[in-house]
Design a protein around this ligand. Structure first.
Ligand code: AMP
Length: 289
């Protein structure tokens, strides 16, 4: 397994691989890897000859009051996990190598990025799309794998890839969960034992939505109200948003007559967690019964 830190070294290596006819699979991450990331690596290995995993805590996608500096980092642990998982190249650039002091070009999306997490995290998706575009140009992937855990991000990356004509196939990976159903996230390590128990309210709210849907409820406001009522019972929980949106346009869906995404962000203490479910259920969310 190779470790590359300089962007131009990464690009040269990727060019040589492409010229040798290799299919490159990219798995972009911010590190502190867990089984969610490992499932993305597995998918990439199925469809590519060479798997590049990037580890980059991208400063441009964090707001001024967010957790950029305290975001968990453990390169040695990540390196060992990557080796076992069959990663061929770790690309681990320094922030200054990706964004020089004179850096001034950003990728902005103006429709799909406005609601959901985009409304509570202004500038977040501009940072995400910018770094993913840069990673595409540096690693020259045939395919790139993203998790449904970040459903809006995945939708935006599909849109960017399509609108900017990147020759990359986007592969979507199902949400990987802890045994009790909590969606795996590097941020779960911020939770105290009590908060960790209370964090189950996100998935319980999604289960409520699914149950009501199966009972025939199609009114989005009634489903959202039931989800909210459940979360409000939990002392450490504060709803950031609960939304039911069209899966494709991400516009608010008043009724669940067409495919929708049920998405929520909830603060558990100081930690903001997200989760989601598609209805009709297509197994991407892996939500327990
Ligand atoms: P992150 O390191 O949190 O930025 O995530 C890197 C990639 O892993 C993104 O495409 C995420 O959607 C994906 N990912 C994170 N957590 C999970 C999970 N629990 N299941 C599936 N994919 C995940």
């Amino acid at each position: 397994m190779k470790i590359i830190t300089l962007p131009l070294d990464m690009q040269k290596t990727a060019l040589a691989l492409r010229r040798a006819g290799k299919r490159i699979g990219l798995v972009p991450t911010m590190g502190f890897l867990h089984e969610g990331h490992l499932s993305l690596i597995k998918l990439a290995r199925l469809q590519a000859d060479v798997v590049v995993l990037s580890i980059f805590v991208n400063p441009t996608q964090f707001g001024p009051n967010e957790d950029f500096s305290r975001y968990p980092r453990d390169f040695e642990r990540d390196r060992a996990l990557c080796k076992t998982a069959g990663v061929d190249i770790i690309f681990n650039p320094a922030p200054e190598a990706m964004y020089s002091s004179r850096y001034s070009v950003y990728v902005e999306e103006n429709v799909l990025s406005k609601g959901l997490c985009g409304a509570s995290r202004p500038g977040h998706f501009r940072g995400v799309l910018t770094v993913v575009a840069k990673l595409f140009n540096l690693t020259l992937p045939d395919i790139a794998v993203f998790g449904q855990k970040d459903a809006q991000q995945a939708r935006l990356i599909q849109q960017m890839t399509h609108n900017l004509n990147f020759p990359v196939t986007i592969v979507l990976a199902p949400i990987i969960r802890e045994s009790d159903g909590l969606a795996k996230s590097s941020r779960n390590m911020y939770l105290s034992p009590a908060e960790r128990r209370e964090a189950l309210c996100l998935q319980q709210a999604l289960q409520t939505a699914r149950r009501l849907y199966h009972e025939g409820e199609r009114d989005a406001q009634r489903i959202i109200a039931a989800m909210k009522a459940g979360i409000e019972q939990i002392p450490s929980a504060r709803v950031d948003y609960i939304a039911i949106v069209d899966r494709d346009t991400l516009h608010s869906a008043p009724r669940l007559d067409t495919p929708v995404l049920v998405a929520l962000a909830v603060y558990i203490g100081k930690t903001r967690l997200i989760d989601n479910l598609t209805l009709p259920d297509d197994a991407l969310s892996n939500l327990p019964e």
